[in-house]
Design a protein. Structure first.
Lengths: 294, 282, 360
């Protein structure tokens, strides 16, 4: 009942014209059962992981040593930095590739829409491990067929273990579904067509339209896409593992044998990082929502 | 026509980094390397191999695990989504569950595996707790098994279901329920004739997505069970990391191609069902 | 074909066949907001009653209480002699047409219309003939196998009407069924609803915020405000003799002018007129319809705008003190009264309605 009152108060203290359905009274038991059981299922592993990492096995007390030990852990700095750099490059490349495409398709080339939509959805259904096997096959052409050509040199260059560009290229593909949908939602929500037509009508050139109309309008969806991509790259394991590069997730697996608490502590932290990233996204979304209704 | 040039980078990129690798799989899965002469020939050897023995078991294992977890997650996720939507204007609860779903659906892979190892692994906190209090540990349950994997997979599949199905649930107009009530229908009749049929296509679609997601999962399984449970993804990794067996590389490609084919068939089935059920949306 | 239940028809064979609706002391609160405040209303069998009011006045809540979607906190609802207050919506026999989008999207038009019979487990043949019959009634006989999204908004509402009537409900409830439609379709459909209602003789409650709609189709109109009825009356009476200033202003256009009441007459715009209504002597508010103002060229006031609409032209006139009034004149008589023209305004020679002055 208080929840109902809140909803009504939100409508400016006036009874809504179509009142909120009062709902079926009773029958709420299954709801609480579902919420309770699933709540436990989702909370216990997080709580247990946390306890696992702060329990001191020697004296049964509490310790933060596994968390404070993370920055100095062997290999952590390189792996984590590498993952961050890969993420940044992936975000930039994905945006550079997709912003013009999404804007062009929406404004000028609606015929291509279905094709672009389908292609960007493919990475969602093609198993990453199948894709990485294919990528590996292509990469093996360099020693097998192209040896001595500039193409082979390029193939080797993108497999540099310090900064494996091939991962960036692959991660852009994996990020396509999220980046496309985020940008597409932004373009649609803003009715970019009318805005650009208005700008053109006022005499702006196309480059000018891009810089002063399209980009500002897409700001939140660009950030949205960036955060999603960041979360994706920081957690990606399959490509890095199969292609044999050390990134943050593969590092966790490598050290888990010798330092189980450390690996769990890092896992807990990475959950927190994902949480923060997504909170930022939803904060952005809400801000956009209020901006639009204001 | 100049504007069309602007989309060339996108199509080129997708062609090189998405379509080419898949095409290469489809071709090279049918190549074989002679173990003596290292000569390459056309062969269906790899394809035949992956339909037998350990590989056949791996496919069946993956299919079984993905199907069971997808259906379970679909049911649980749907129940959870309905429960939070039914909490009329329970804005706080709703936002909490949605945000948590967003996080947990992305919380797959390695960290998830370690969270469960810390909880119900051999040294896990809950394992120890049950051992100390009841003296039974986890009973016959082992995290490092098919059942254990299923339990872990649900952890990201259920939130994924909640996220994908909530828009469909919100699209069920309250007027439909009221109109049905008004015309004398019972709750069951409403779901039988209206709510169910309207909701079925999106639920099926979401379940397919869960299936693809579980079928493709690699990191979690790798971290939890190594290769002790028969799963295609693990077999592929094994084949690729084997430096000993000549032709294992092609076996990996055949296995990967098999995965693409399975997913393709599932999607084709989905498209077919969609067309049949969605006449009224056309 | 009759929509009335056999029982009522047998009980009162010599009256109109519709079932009367009686609402007693209906109260409904949402938190601190009172949507219905002890509403009493009697609707005769076969009557077409419109509930009119601004949004949030409780009209929809009242309708939903009759339909059973909303449990009142207090009060009773009777359909005929049956108290249905505690009866769930699916057992009430009240056909309802919603604002929009209430057709089941996965069922064809004919299946939608037959839905009520289907859940009552009538046989297929009966469902089919009844659906065809009703679609014929609303003029959509050839659209039975379409899906709702293939119809226009107006057609969808016709189907919704057919669907509500297919089960021969005791009463018909219309919840702003025209508000989502284009102006032309709206007029056409409201006339058709009235035709069908008269044909079936079914008791009908029609909720709307559009006064023209209410006045044009209803036998009686109930004007609601803050969960209560301000006035229930026939359209003519409501327009000519509004009981309160609220009704006066909500129904049609009304000028509210300061006036002085003394000795049974009211002094307004410098002239004295007989009085209608009641108020304590002294400063009062006079309510004057635009057509009851006489505008002549030359004087202290001036025309601000002139809006031509066919036979009648409306003038917005600014009085010397800045007050603006609306006056309707025959277009033929007002061609020279363009914007800026100096004019004088007086009330026509007829009783003027007064109400106590509301404190500003």
């Amino acid at each position: 009942m208080t929840a109902l009152a809140e909803g009504v108060a939100g409508a400016g203290g006036v009874a809504p014209d179509t009142p909120v359905r009062s709902g079926r009274r009773g029958g709420g038991a299954w709801r609480f059962a579902v919420l309770g059981l699933l709540g436990l299922y989702f909370l216990i592993p997080i709580a247990a992981s946390f306890w696992f990492t702060v329990r001191d096995r020697r004296d049964g007390g509490v310790t933060a040593e596994f968390y404070t030990g993370i920055p100095g852990a062997d290999g952590f700095a390189e792996a984590f930095t590498r993952s961050l750099i890969l993420a940044a490059l992936t975000v930039l490349l994905a945006l550079a590739l997709m912003i013009p495409t999404v804007v062009l398709v929406d404004l000028r080339l609606p015929r291509l829409r279905t094709a672009v939509e389908l292609l960007t959805l493919m990475p969602l259904v093609v198993p990453p491990i199948a894709l990485v096997v294919g990528v590996r096959s292509v990469l093996s052409w360099a020693p097998d067929y192209f040896l001595g050509t500039p193409l082979a040199d390029a193939f080797f260059a993108i497999q540099e273990p310090d900064l494996p560009w091939i991962l960036v290229f692959a991660y852009v593909v994996l990020a396509l579904p999220f980046v496309y949908r985020a940008l597409d939602a932004g373009v649609h929500g803003a009715d970019l067509r009318t805005l650009t037509e208005a700008a053109r009508n006022l005499g702006a050139s196309w480059p000018r339209v891009l810089v002063s109309v399209v980009l500002p309008v897409l700001r939140t969806s660009v950030l949205n896409a960036a955060f999603l991509t960041l979360a994706l790259v920081l957690g990606e394991f399959t490509f890095a593992n199969i292609l044999g590069f050390e990134t943050f997730p593969t590092w966790i697996l490598r050290i888990s044998g010798s330092a189980p608490q450390l690996s769990v502590a890092v896992s807990v932290l990475s959950l927190l990082v994902t949480w923060l990233l997504l909170l930022m996204i939803s904060a952005l979304d809400r801000r956009r929502g209020t901006e639009e209704t204001a | 026509m100049l504007t069309a040039l602007g989309t060339v980078p996108f199509f080129l990129y997708v062609a090189v980094f998405l379509l080419l690798p898949i095409a290469v799989l489809a071709v090279e899965a049918f190549r074989a390397t002679d173990p003596v002469t290292y000569e390459e020939t056309w062969s269906t050897g790899s394809i035949t191999t992956i339909t037998e023995g350990v590989y056949r078991r791996a496919y069946l294992g993956s299919l079984q695990l993905s199907l069971i977890t997808a259906v379970l997650a679909a049911v649980l996720g749907l129940a959870l989504a309905v429960a939070i939507l039914r909490a009329r204007r329970g804005q706080l609860l709703r936002r909490m569950v949605l945000t948590a779903s967003g996080v947990l659906a992305n919380f797959g892979g390695i960290p998830l595996a370690f969270a469960f190892i810390a909880t119900i692994g051999n040294q896990g906190v809950v394992t120890a707790l049950l051992q100390d209090t009841l003296g039974i540990g986890l009973g016959g349950f082992s995290l490092y098994s098919m059942t254990g994997l299923a339990l872990v997979y649900l952890y990201f599949l259920v939130p994924l279901m909640v996220l994908t199905i909530i828009p469909a649930l919100e699209a069920l107009r309250p007027q439909w329920r009221e109109a049905a009530d008004n015309l004398g229908a019972t709750g069951w009749q409403y779901w039988r004739y209206v709510g169910g049929p309207v909701l079925a296509p999106p639920v099926l679609g979401a379940t397919m997505l869960l299936f693809a997601s579980a079928f493709a999962a690699y990191a979690t399984a790798k971290a939890l069970v190594g290769s002790s449970v028969p799963l295609v993804t693990l077999q592929i990794a094994d084949a690729l990391s084997s430096n000993v067996v000549v032709g294992a590389e092609n076996l990996g490609k055949a296995l990967a191609l098999g995965m693409v084919v399975v997913v393709g068939l599932v999607m084709a089935f989905y498209a077919w069902v969609q067309r049949r059920t969605q006449r009224w949306l056309a | 074909m009759t929509a009335a239940s056999p029982r009522t028809a047998a009980a009162a064979p010599d009256t109109r066949p519709g079932v009367p609706i009686r609402i007693e002391g209906l109260t409904r609160r949402y938190g601190s907001v009172v949507a219905l405040d002890g509403l009493d209303l009697d609707i005769a069998g076969g009557e077409f009653l419109a509930l009119l009011g601004p949004s949030g006045c409780g009209k929809t809540t009242a309708l939903r209480a009759i339909a059973g979607f909303d449990r009142p906190d207090a009060g009773r609802v009777l359909l005929g002699d049956r108290d249905v207050t505690g009866v769930p919506a699916n057992k009430r026999d009240a056909g309802m047409v919603f604002q929009a989008y209430s057709l089941f999207p996965n069922l064809t038009v004919a299946e939608n219309v037959a839905f009520g019979l289907r859940v009552r487990r009538r046989d297929r043949a009966e469902q089919r003939t009844r659906a065809a019959e009703l679609l014929e009634l609303v003029g959509l006989a050839d659209r039975g196998d379409r899906y709702p999204h293939q119809l226009s908004g107006g057609q969808q509402q016709r189907v919704a009407l057919a669907r509500a009537l297919a089960v021969a409900p005791k009463v018909l409830l219309l919840d702003e069924p025209l508000s989502a439609l284009d102006a032309q379709v709206r007029v056409q459909l409201r006339e058709e609803i009235r035709r069908i209602q008269l044909e079936l003789g079914i008791t009908t409650v029609f909720v709307t915020h559009d006064q023209a709609e209410a006045l044009s189709v209803a036998d009686r109109v109930g004007v609601m405000r803050a969960g209560r009825l301000e006035q229930v009356a026939g359209p003519d009476e409501l327009y000519e003799r509004p009981a309160t200033a609220f009704v006066a202003e909500f129904v049609g256009t009304m000028n509210r002018l300061p006036a002085t009441l003394s000795a049974g007459a009211v002094e307004l715009l410098g002239v004295r007129r007989p009085v209608a209504g009641s108020a304590p002597a002294g400063a009062v508010e006079a309510l004057v319809r635009p057509e009851a103002l006489v505008v002549t060229a030359g004087g202290p006031a001036h025309v601000v705008t002139r809006t031509f609409s066919g036979a009648v032209t409306r003038l917005l006139v600014a009085l010397p003190d800045g007050t603006e009034v609306r006056a309707d004149l025959a277009s033929a008589d007002s061609q020279h009264l363009t914007a800026g023209t100096a004019v004088s305004v007086v009330p026509a020679e007829r009783p003027v309605l007064v109400v106590p002055a509301e404190p500003a």
